[in-house]
Design a protein around this ligand. Sequence first.
Ligand code: PMP
Length: 368
Amino acid sequence: MSNQFGPDYVRAIAPYQGGKPIAEVAREFGLDEAKIVKLASNENPLGMPASAREAMLAALADTARYPDSNGFELKQAIKAKYGVPQDWITLGNGSNDILELAAHALVQPGQAVVYAQYSFAVYPLATQAVGGRAIVVPAVEFGHDLDAMAAAITADTRLVFIANPNNPTGTFIPAEKIAAFLARVPRNVVVVLDEAYNEYLSPDRQYDSIAWVREYPNLLVSRTLSKAYGLAGLRVGFGIAQPGLTDLLNRIRQPFNVNSLAQAAAVAALGDTAFLARSARLNADGYQQLTAAFDALGLQYVPSCGNFVLVKVGEDEGAGARVNLALLKQGIIVRPVGNYGLPQWLRISIGLPEENAAFIAALKNVLA
Ligand code: PMP
């Protein structure tokens, strides 16, 4: 399709490919929606917390009014949890919004953005949308090479994206490596530390990124309620940074970017530590279940610290697409990652035990 509108760099964008919706797969393959298992979008298989559902229903009565543009209650909840003042917080329509706000606020056409090979697909999208020049640093063992990323920063670099854990590979960067990286980055370059999967980290891997935010005015930590908090459909995320950077992001933020139902649900979810613990436990068990099956099948996978696992399903370039299609026909939706340059691999989100089992059974069929 030729299009004469807009700048070249916008026309060159390949739109984000999300996980296939259940209803779409049901229509395409003539399947019963109720029998379809979706392990494609790193969603919380427990659904939303009951506490959040109640809060959302209570907020329904007021939806003829605009939401609180400043999200006072939600920022109070974030403040209580992370110990940062309100003017250190930017609310986002998902953390995706925070990533894009950073690119829009900081990068002019032609300026550089550094990110790693095999890191989150929105980094190239956000970079391209503002006409930024991507510096993609080769991955090491599917993860970030922070030394190489620091070395790749040019005089015109304005932004660095780091995902920890990373999607789609699940790789983790230990705290001391991030600390050393932050100390090396020039102060006029903003680092976005994207911690969408932070809540799944085991206690021995947890670290205090907010302490780094206090130390570095050029650090923006982004978090989401889409994963461990179970609110992906409501679209809530937030950024934490010192007031200078936060002020900049809030200047270009849509005034009502987090709707009132989402704000109410997010306040409840942030306080629901029992749900969070249940999510993390289910995920750890599901990780064992999936990786034990991969081991039994002799399939290579990347050890993951997220709520998903990247697994190699064949040696040829068509393997991922082929196995994906065969799984879809059996009503199992997973995520092909050919668009990440990983055509032999599939990303499997960790589901309920029975969902994982259904996927494993289907995978065995397909590979047999
Ligand atoms: N960062 C990473 C690394 C992700 O994997 C995702 C979700 N796929 C996001 C950010 C964005 O999620 P959301 O907009 O739902 O917060």
